[in-house]
Design a protein around this ligand. Structure first.
Ligand code: B16
Ligand code: MG
Length: 224
């Protein structure tokens, strides 16, 4: 098949936290601070389970780990406080926080006329993209405000494909979290894991960062 035709059909869907920027470290610090109020010391290992998961579900997981309960009002207040602390970090972000290989890879996609969307569970995704100067680059953005069911439900990726007017079978998802990889696969898409092969077992291929990828890799993956 002629490459040019294939490119026009292809679309890339990017997770934000862990793929474009490392906001996980800020989520972790904010959750850790919150949990310390209940004398619970959230570990980095436990934090792995919060990646790609919505704010509400993250708090539910932490409360379970801490064997702690909150009233409905206190739960909502905790979500708000955590988000305020997280936003204190976000407000200090700039383009220096873009992860290795991202800027060049997005340029490569543009040069090859491959459309791409953000597909992030974060309700702060647009704000973060503005801070790092990438907001204008994306052809579409789907974030935590647009979905009812969070990853591993496929809703977010299905919505992103729809926004790009692309068949789900022509989409390649870029994900760093187990829940996100599962969501991509359930949407019937190819998934490139960013991170550790041992963790992202369900991904079609796993790379350390976007620097390792070429357009040919995307083409090969889609034709599998
Ligand atoms: P917010 P992603 C996810 O982003 C994070 O990985 C996850 O840790 C966070 O709880 C979730 O966004 C919601 O974020 O509190 O900003 O709405 O990986 O889907 O880009
Ligand atoms: Mg992520």
């Amino acid at each position: 098949m002629e490459l040019g035709i294939l490119y026009k059909m292809l679309a890339c869907l990017f997770d934000l936290d862990g793929v474009i920027v490392d906001t996980a470290k800020y989520h972790f610090l904010a959750w850790k601070r919150l949990a310390s109020a209940w004398n619970f010391d959230l570990t980095e290992e436990q934090n792995e389970h919060l990646k790609g998961v919505s704010r509400t579900e993250s708090l539910e997981i932490i409360l379970k780990l801490a064997h702690h309960t909150l009233s409905k009002e206190a739960f909502e207040e905790a979500l708000q406080i955590k988000n305020e602390w997280f936003l204190d970090f976000v407000n200090e972000m700039n383009e220096n926080e873009i992860l290795e290989g991202v800027t060049d890879f997005l340029h490569l996609l543009k040069q090859n006329k491959i459309v791409f969307s953000l597909a992030s569970s974060s309700k702060n995704a647009k704000n973060i993209l503005q801070k790092i100067g990438l907001f204008e680059q994306f052809d579409a953005i789907v974030d935590g405000n647009d979905i009812i069911n969070s990853k591993p439900d496929p809703e977010i990726f299905e919505k992103a494909a729809k926004k790009l007017n692309t068949d789900t079978k022509k989409c390649i998802v870029f994900e760093d979290a187990v829940a996100g990889v599962e969501a991509g696969k359930r949407a019937g898409m190819k998934v490139i894991g960013i991170g550790d092969k041992e963790v992202l077992k369900e991904a079609d291929i796993v790379v350390k960062n976007l620097k390792e990828l070429t357009i040919k890799d995307l083409e090969n993956l889609l034709s599998k």
